[in-house]
Design a protein around this ligand. Sequence first.
Ligand code: AMP
Length: 509
Amino acid sequence: MNLAEWLVRTARRQPDTPALLSGENLVATYAEFALHAAQIGALLRKRHQVQPGDRVAIFMKNSPAYLELLYGIWFCGAVAVPINAKLHVREAAYIIEDSQSRAVFVSGAGELPGLLPSDCALHDLETEPAFEPGDEALSEPVGRHADDLAWLFYTSGTTGKPKGVMLTNANLHAMTYAYFVDVDDVLPEDAAVYAAPLSHGAGLYNFMHVLRGSRHVIPASGGFDAGELCALAPRLGNVTMFAAPTMISRLLGAARQSGYAGEGLRTIVYGGGPMYLADIEAATAQFGARFVQIYGQGECPMTLTALPRGDIMGRQHPRWRERLASVGTAQSCVRIRIVAPDGKDQPTGEIGEIIASGSPVMKGYWNNPDATAQSIRDGWLWTGDMGSLDEDGYLTLRDRSKDVIISGGTNIYPREVEEALLTHPAVAEVSVIGRPSAEWGEEVVAVVVPAGPEAPAASGLDAHCRTQIASFKRPKAYIFQTELPKNNYGKVLKTELRIRFQTSDSSDT
Ligand code: AMP
């Protein structure tokens, strides 16, 4: 079934309900949202000769128009290729070419025209709107099958070129239903606030709000501004949003200054990167029972595990802290196993690679059968993440398999060392990596962003680690930096840190 059907049905049921808002300002009701999508569908079909199954890219910052474009693309049966607006124009051009997109929507073309393949039409919303009153509209969404592609999701590429993850209608249906079962209720009076890029997890999370007919809000800043959000949430009420862990830390910083305690915020779903125990405890102390965690990846969108509100707040449970440090249990639409490199199941509690199967798992990588065969084996998606399952089915995530440090023949999981260091008050951010060592194979190095103007003494950090983790896991060196290199989604680029700090130099102690 075409995803645009959901929008059409909601628009029939409640045409006058506010659908799209910019900050507090109404931009479109559901009837208008659906009409605009149908008009964009007609534009793509008639002007750009887009056929069902063709790809259409969007390279734009978050805006209400973004959602109309997505649904317009689906309306005419095409496949959306959302591109992170923070990417360099050359990176965007690579994705447009790789996906063989027939058209790309931008808001301000910049240098893109010179880089586009000749058969890709450029539609710049700054010079021409995507629809005007009275424009022709498609009468109904083009029929699509469950197995047809709907979204080509380009991986964030912390290493190498991004790959196009093929997500089908069925994958996105499964993700949407699982949200209601495993993550949170969605209420008609909710306001889904898109502070994270719509090209990624936040955008994937639009469907449940279309189904329920709730409000979709793009902050006036077009992105994440902690102060703006603290002011906007009480005015909107019932705010629900997806946030990366770094956004929650920034929100917390702003809230502590202004005394904001979460008024108007109903749910923050966090995921996409490690949430450290110290940080989620601080966040719940400030905001209360407003958090749900999910663990997913483009290849199994938003749907590997969930740690619901009750678990996050369930202090009375004897294993509450372990659960809080975990990513929760498998979502209802997937099976999860922990396996050794030969594919054999690991015993409960042992660490291995996380593999998953189920209806949200991608169809494969676009035009890349080798990468697909490496990732999906016998129907199981090899996630590249390491973790362990406890006897209750809670998954604790360790690290990407390539980030594990092997020192003296023993595996050391950077996250555990990072968790320990983050409980030190002088540490604002930390990333732990392995560095080649003649003696140990690899040795543990901590790259630390100090909380204050002065770097803390390495000896003090070392003493702190001794109270938290096994002695052999302690960093052999500390390197102090003013910031950590991150990709456009805020994920720390460990590969870059490894290259930068390959050899010991004067900056470490
Ligand atoms: P992406 O495909 O760009 O969304 O990145 C997915 C990767 O982000 C996963 O494979 C994990 O390594 C990481 N990730 C996602 N959710 C979480 C989470 N809740 N905790 C820690 N890491 C996460």
